[in-house]
Design a protein around this ligand. Sequence first.
Ligand code: G16
Length: 541
Amino acid sequence: MTVQTVSTRPFADQKPGTSGLRKQVPTFQQPHYLQNFVQAIFDSLEGYQGQTLVVGGDGRYYNREAIQIILKMASANGFGRVLVGQGGILSTPAVSCIIRKYQAFGGIILSASHNPGGPEGDFGIKYNTGNGGPAPENVTDAIFARSKVIDQYRILDASDVDLDRIATTHLSNTRIDVVDSVTDYAALMESLFDFDLIQQFITGGNFRLCIDSLHAVTGPYAKAIFERRLNAPAGTVQNGEPLEDFGGGHPDPNLVYAKDLVKVLFGENAPDFGAASDGDGDRNMILGRHFFVTPSDSLAVLAANATLVPGYREGLAGIARSMPTSQAPDRVAAKLGIDCYETPTGWKFFGNLLDAGKATLCGEESFGTGSNHVREKDGLWAVLFWLNILAVRKQSVEAIVQEHWATYGRNIYCRHDYEGVDSDRANTLMANLRNAVGTIAGQSFGSYQVDYADDFSYTDPIDGSVSQKQGIRIGFKDGSRIVFRLSGTGTQGATLRVYLERYEADPAQHDQDTQVALADLIGLAEAIAQIKEFTGAIGPP
Ligand code: G16
């Protein structure tokens, strides 16, 4: 086994987005493309010689090939040990858990999250630091800078490692441990939640649940935890076999893409509870019988009920939500007398708050919820949190949310996505909004009086770093909001996201249809941003 130094030339497009580098598979399959980026990661780090790296992915097409390359490069670059999930499988929260448990130097996750997979689908790679969380911007900026000038990479000339057998082998001086993908993560879950109570509840005959893994990474985790450990009936986990192309589906747990689950939960004789996770297991969608819980409401409900759950019995230090997430969690924080932090979109912005003990729960409107137990959002954790609350309160999901609204008021909320927009036109739309914020502030639109309008800028309270241009916010005097931002996770053209929110205090108005309740704001958003002119879309998607 010899170390080869391979000459290469930079690729200009290796700028990490909201969550790592995401491109279509053929882009990653170009000679040297993945290797360049991996070397750029290693070159941007200091002090990893002899240390431990964690590697795993969501099982999508190209996962295994990428892992073999990374193992050989990790060895050639001097890592002492690599922990890799069996079959190359590790969910994103499991990587975070393992980094923390074994005090690894960092980890590499292969995933394009909720984006489709397969030979023509998407692939992705992200680096997580020693706290288990996504690399912060200064690290991703350094990786990008390095990728622009890289001229060589180091790789071991060796045969492939057997990823399917749990065993310890060596690549030159580097110890490679193929580990069970589920064990450490499941043990962490059991330390946080009352598994005995949940087991009694879900096997007692009065409660039925359905978990959809969308043929992505959570299948093995969900089967081990729900069916084997908590004794839920076989078949509770549907679409539980991870497939390289996710069965041709889109592994995104929302009402559109998790349609099998939606059909079950909104059908006749529906179960009491349903949940889905995304490609790499960090997102979640929660459904009750004929009832959808928005991710923003879910975070608020978890926060309000946290002390019912063993791992959070002592209460919360604070809550953090991404800027476009509804302000429902802020109302819970105010009642609890704790801080609620508003951060830019991207889980990486929660890392410092979690490390500093300022936030215990975090969440995003994009179906991400998590806590200080790891440094990633965590889909199955959110499902277990809900089940623990349901097992204690013994009410339906809908009743719990309705009661929550009656106590705190309802932040009626939705997001509209305009996909496949020409990038130049999308950038012009945003630039126009940016130029207009100064004049929008102070204006009135019908009954809506603008309270503030800005391009969101965030100063991290721990390290003082500043992140600018994080989305246009227009806040109204009655607490309503419109937010515009461009997605940072797409791989084709641009996606404009419009986030709409209206606060309704009156319980008699809480049953309104969301689109009807937000109709005025939707019209206003279209007019202010000239969405039709720039995207060609007539009305919301
Ligand atoms: C990633 C980040 C999330 C973020 C989401 C937003 O999610 O990890 O923190 O909320 O992107 O996506 P966009 O920029 O498209 O709005 P994931 O699950 O794709 O890793």
